[in-house]
Design a protein around this ligand. Structure first.
Ligand code: DOR
Length: 447
């Protein structure tokens, strides 16, 4: 074939399902059209990626971008700016906004607000409530929907489904995989008094291992009883990881870079409420078992749980402080540093951040480097050593818990459907579009 291309990414180390190889990638109309050796004369434009690794675009399947309702913390533009600065090509955003994403109108409003305003591609989770439970099988398949999210334990916002009856109803209705924040609300309520004023280390004593484990046990039981497929977000305990290793037929598993990197009590002592999040950062013994789950294949996917709060909000006195930390921009460099330190292979990182999103959520034409797929690439310099600093942060919050951390491995470019959304720290035009899903679009795929 001797077709010409809009753009050719020249001489990169392409990391794909086929392994690693030095090659060029030809792109036309936002799609990958050829992988191999491509004559430069066939390119409208050439991007030299010599010495760099071209990874399938990193998809972050858990972010909170706060629009509508809490735009003083973040909005769809600033959250997605942080994403592309960090090498992330698509995000799935959570429903705990104000109003929450629990109706077709709220979902459509987010899709409209994100289109050509967000810097990366996007999808939105629909929040389950007692009121919308019967409609979820329709809501989960609307354009721009990543699926349904349940808060089985409460966190930021007021989305919560805690009774067996509603959970059973939701699980029986859904056709897609259901993503869940798994902490047992009744136990969290019973133990509120364990929080010590001014002492964020009491956060993980309050929201303890039993609260997470009992919740995940219950969700597995209900999923089995109803035939649902569930996705346990941000697993934080060794006990759950062990349990989930016996339930791979029902449940998929997410871990976050922060649970793999920070530990109690030392990082609470160093960073205070900045590392307060739900479920909490726990001790090294739990962290070791999260890494065990990652090494053994129990973990399916990495998500950042980017949950921005302002420094002012974080500087109140615990427990008046909100839970969550920014993370969409630091996912790639923090995890590439773990790759360089030998904690996981580059191939495993790629699987966890691209192919996994396609496997779990059914993305169309995203999740691998292949002819016919969207030209979404995370271009990285595996040798670059940088220090993560607050002044690099694109999020409205302007801070990161990883500030001061020296890492090896850095995102150089974020390519989305062939256009440079970010190159060496400079942003391109915002051209965000909704991600498409095989299980979406009732009535068939649009033209
Ligand atoms: O710590 C958290 N913060 N965990 C969540 O699940 C929600 C998030 C937020 O939205 O702030």
């Amino acid at each position: 074939m001797s077709e010409n291309f809009d753009v050719v990414f020249k001489s990169g180390t392409i990391v794909s399902h086929a392994g690693e190889a030095l090659a060029d990638i030809g792109v036309s109309n936002g799609q990958i059209r050829a992988i191999g050796t491509i004559d430069a004369s066939r390119a409208g434009k050439t991007v030299d990626v010599r010495g760099l690794h071209v990874l399938p675009g990193v998809i972050d399947t858990q972010v909170h971008f706060r629009e509508p309702g809490m735009e003083h913390k973040e909005d769809l533009e600033t959250g997605s700016r942080a994403a592309v600065l960090g090498g992330v090509t698509a995000v799935f955003e959570m429903p705990n906004t104000s109003p929450p994403t629990t109706t077709p109108e709220a979902l459509a409003a987010k899709v409209a607000a994100g289109t050509n305003r967000m810097h990366c591609d996007f999808a939105f989770f629909v929040g389950a409530t007692r009121e919308n439970a019967a409609e979820l099988c329709h809501l989960e398949r609307l354009p721009g929907a990543a699926g349904v999210k349940i808060f089985a334990g409460s966190s930021t916002g007021d989305l919560l489904v805690e009774d067996d009856e509603t959970l059973t109803q939701v699980f029986s209705t859904l056709r897609r995989r259901c993503s869940i924040h798994s902490e047992l609300e009744s136990r969290l309520r019973e133990r509120l008094d364990l929080r010590r004023v001014g002492d964020p280390t009491s956060h993980y004593e309050w929201r303890d291992v039993t609260a997470a484990l009992k919740s995940t046990e219950r969700l597995l039981r209900l999923a089995r009883a109803t035939g649902a497929r569930i996705h346990i977000l941000h697993v934080s305990t060794g006990e759950e990881m062990e349990l989930l290793s016996h339930n791979k037929d029902v449940a998929t598993v997410e871990v976050t870079p922060q649970h793999l990197t920070f530990a109690a009590p030392e990082d609470y002592e160093r960073l205070g409420t900045k590392v307060q999040q739900n479920p909490p950062i726990r001790d090294r013994a739990h962290q070791a078992l999260l890494w065990w789950g990652l090494e053994q294949g129990v973990v399916d996917i990495l998500g950042s749980d980017h949950a921005p709060h302002t420094l002012e909000e974080k500087s109140a006195t615990y427990p008046a402080t909100p839970s969550g930390m920014p993370g969409v921009q630091t996912l790639v460099p923090v995890m590439l540093d773990h790759v360089n330190k030998g904690r996981l292979s580059l191939a495993r990182f790629v699987d966890l951040t691209s192919a996994a999103a396609q496997r779990l959520f059914g993305t169309i034409c995203k999740g691998r480097i292949a002819v016919g797929y969207d030209a979404d690439f995370t271009v990285v310099d595996l040798k670059a050593e940088r220090v993560i600093e607050d002044d690099w942060v694109g999020s409205k919050t302007g801070w990161t818990p990883f500030a001061g951390r020296k890492v090896q491995g850095w995102p150089i470019g974020t390519v989305i459907r062939g256009h440079l959304a970010m190159w060496e720290g400079d942003l391109g035009e915002a051209q965000g579009q909704p991600v498409r899903f095989g299980e979406g679009f009732p009535g068939g795929l649009p033209g």
